[in-house]
Design a protein around this ligand. Structure first.
Ligand code: TA6
Length: 292
């Protein structure tokens, strides 16, 4: 059984799953199992941000949408020639199954295809699967299985880029009083005071030991985006600021970075996950939009 709302397209040597069902439309790059676009038919604005400079090239992560973080967060611990946030988002995945659900949503099961390069970067046997459900909400569940004979540790999650009216218009709720480490301030530990607002400068904080849902309130767009998490004990909030956005080279036109914020459901730093032989672990995220 396969979805009747799914088309597979090829461009520049890469394959894309295009979904157009009664509830939503989406594009998923098989490289990286990367949801580059998702929009419920009920919304008046895009929900995910995708840079107008996003590159769709072999071995390169797409700037925007929902990049996967796996199996490390940030720089590789010993080899900074490896992809930041791990290789999962830049290597091939395969579509194992697609099906249409009774509620009109489409469910996709993707599995990572471990290449020789992957085996070089990661010595142990694992399998990695992603279930994506595309409907009124977008849910992603990433399951790691330890096929080795010893335990291993991973960082994991979803580096989701949200489309907003402007970085100074929004508030993020749900992380009040959370313990955080501030990457802009040499990973200094702190406690979040109140509702998060932004001045437009770089903001890059990892909230730890925290499984709370987050809410992006955007008065200009008359909406609240909800980010629900499961089995995720860290949340990253990131906006690059003008200077870092310019240096990154694929954050779009002048000022385009102001219309995105990352709210990332992850397990990272002291919330890394130990997976024992023969066991599996699943981290989940579900995003939805309430317009008012
Ligand atoms: O999650 C925030 C962050 O770690 C920032 O420090 C910045 O590096 C961002 O990820 C982008 O990372 P990327 O590898 O996608 O360019």
């Amino acid at each position: 059984m396969t979805s009747k709302y799914l088309k597979i397209e090829e461009s520049n040597g890469l394959q894309y799953l295009k979904i157009d069902n009664p509830l939503a439309q989406a594009t998923v790059s098989l490289q990286g199992a990367h949801v580059s676009w998702w929009r419920p038919k009920s919304t008046t604005e895009d929900v995910l941000w995708l840079s107008t400079d996003a590159r769709f090239e072999k071995g390169r992560s797409i700037r925007g949408g929902v990049p996967i973080i796996w199996p490390w967060f940030g720089q590789h611990p010993t080899d900074n020639s490896y992809c930041i946030h791990g290789f999962a988002r830049v290597i091939p995945w395969e579509l194992v199954k697609s099906e249409d659900l009774k509620n009109g949503a489409t469910k996709l099961l993707l599995r990572m295809v471990p290449t020789q390069e992957v085996k070089k970067q990661l010595s142990y046997d694992f399998s990695l699967e992603l279930i994506i459900i595309i409907g009124e909400s977008l849910s992603t569940n990433l399951t790691t299985t330890n096929n080795a004979s010893f335990p291993f540790v991973i960082s994991e999650g979803f580096h989701t880029y949200f489309y907003i009216s402007d970085i100074e218009n929004i508030k993020i709720k749900g992380l009040e009083s959370a313990v955080l480490t501030d990457k802009v301030n040499n990973f200094k530990k702190d406690i979040e005071g109140d509702v998060i607002t932004f001045s437009g400068s770089e903001f890059d904080k990892v909230y730890l030991n925290n499984s709370n849902d987050c809410f992006i309130e955007d008065e200009k767009f008359n909406r609240v985006i909800t980010v629900k998490k499961s089995n995720s004990n860290s949340t990253v909030i990131w906006t690059p600021g003008e200077n870092k956005a310019k240096k990154m080279g694929d954050m779009g036109a002048e000022g385009e970075w102001r219309r995105m914020v990352c709210v990332e459901a992850v397990n990272a730093l002291e919330n890394n996950v130990v997976i024992y032989p023969g066991k599996s672990h699943t981290i989940g995220s579900e995003i939805a939009v309430q317009e008012y």
